[in-house]
Design a protein. Sequence first.
Length: 748
Amino acid sequence: MFYIKDIDKFTVSQNLNFFDIVSKIQRNVIKCLIVVDDAKRVVGVISLGDIALSLKKSISPSDLSAINIMNTNFVYAKSKQNFQELSQLLQKYRFLPLLDSNMNPLLIITGDPNKREFRIGNHSIRSKEDFILIAEIGNNHNGSIKNAFELIKKAKHSGAHIVKFQMRDLNALYGDLRRSQDLSTEYVVNLLQKNSLKHEELFECFDFCKEVGTTPLCTPFDLPSLERLEHYGMDGYKIGSCDLSNYDLLNAVIETEKPIILSTGMSNDEDIDSAIKILEDNYSNYVLCHTNSTYPTPYTDVNLDYIDTLKSKTKSVIGYSGHERGFHIPLAAFIKGAQVIEKHFTLDKNQEGNDHKISLLPDEFLYLKKYLDDISKSFGIGYKREITQGEAINRVALAKSIFCSSPIKKGDVINESNITIRSPGNGLNPKYKNALIGRQSLRDIKSEEPFQIKDLQQKEHTEKIRNINNFKWAIPVRHRDVYKLHKLFKPPAIEFHLSAKDLTIKDEEILKYPFDSEVIIHAPEQFNEDFIIDLFSENADVSNHSIKLLDEVFLKTIKICELLNFKQRPKVIVNCGGHSKDKFLEKSEQFKMIKNFIKNYKKLNTYNCRFLAQTMPPYPWHFGGQAFHNQFTSSDNITNILNELNNEIEICLDISHSYMWCNFSNEDIYSFVDKISPYIAHIHISDAANQSEEGLQIGEGNINFRKLLNVLLKIKNRATLLPEIWQGHDDDGQGFRIALNKLANYGY
């Protein structure tokens, strides 16, 4: 749930014309408007559906105004309604205007009815995986703007979303500074006098934050400081623990209608409850940060379980502001549910002042960000258990299937003596054993052949393959099933997906007669001793071995084409490497890798084969999803490489891989495909989701295949297309058959 106080963007006069209404509703995020009369009272609401209904009226759009379009039978929220009542209303309605007793709008309520959202600057928390990381510089600049600028740069490089400072008017806070104070106060005041930046210097720091691409935030400790910050134009405010019960300051910050982050240190439950009531009564966009204000906080005093109590007290987003040593406690706080994480930041822990002692150095902060990213990806959906892509790969190799132990003829009754259970798991799951026994076989089954799900059907599968008209299509094959699948599908092209073991096969003993299909070869993804091709490597042993192995692949390609009587230049698909073990590389390092690739590619003998580099995902599966791909990923990266090589090589577009990359990098997949389309010679097509779910059946992921077709049609006469569905070859290629027919329905 989110409260929108800037309601002017969503409000229109009842006299506004149709075209201005359409323009305004298209520009706002909730796609709804509230309509007011001349007295600013709400008299109706307009949604996209209301606009569509108005067009069915016998009135020209040019004669329509809000009063003809709006829905006057609308539901609204009343001032002071509690969260539970508002949540129930939002279960039914996408947005709610909150009105006072005179029907004047106060704000708009929208979003998830079960949880409060939080937004500040360009950052938002909408789901449990989201987090905002704040580097608290405070006064760790030691009064030097030069130090402050360096801290800002380092904090940004270390992954901080927000960089936070503090502003005080010492005279407003402490009165006459010449007056004698108690020892602890004198110590603090002396440090503040010595280490504070001038107000104008802080404004320069805020400007510099924006220059380097991070959001500035500041804690005002008094009303004069708040006034200065508000005049500057801050995106939001942090209120320190010492001001949780300072209602004058709290109410003044609330009146700015800016997002608020509020720490709860030095407070008891009564103090916290009172602050929550003030924030809730004013419909504030706020975060409560669990905090212990001891510097440093002993681990025994951190009390992370209190995060659960805070979650029970309010539906707002919860945060954690840590003053303990190290970065491991904030990670635990995130796991407990704190999604705004604040830690002090320094370049030297040995400098004067308590804040330096409990701060993180840039490398430590970078680790905190990395581990928060890792943890955020690990939460999952929670409510159900599904087999992941990596598990599916292991399941084939390690799990069991039901195999035929002695030959069975079509029509024979299957009994227990005909079956055995063993690995690999590429056939019928053992849980179907009892369902299989006693059935009449629908087909001839050889000894050592796995049973398939089709053996549990009532009749043989007879679905035919629909024509794909715009592309020459292919199916993936191995030596062992090439003739079987070719007979079943009669494809215009086939793609041999080679393994390392296939390089040792005597092709002439298997490929004994040719057929009229184009031959495409996919080089092995993993070779003996887990070796992965890497033409980008600067390690001579790695690059030379990669070249040697690819030489074998190209020679194998020529041999297969000769045996199958394919006389054109065959396409050879290669995963070219460019991975790193611990993190994605900086641009400068990636450019060095590209130079290595060009040098190593020039050493290859392709034997006149066409070299197709396959597009890659962010996390390659042949490393168990634990490596990082830097090459043949983004559209810019791909075009840069091909331009450096004067387009000597071509691209195999793997839709799953590239969708995962685009989802990871926020690049639009359809724009991506359009940009690299001049280089595409072959397409691996399947559905995908998130950053790791590839090879899904068409329609079972997140790709819009009709939209994709509109982009791909420009290369229909020169690109081949292959449905690369995970385990699609099972059940006589049923997965491929389904995919091809679905693609035909989309117009491929």
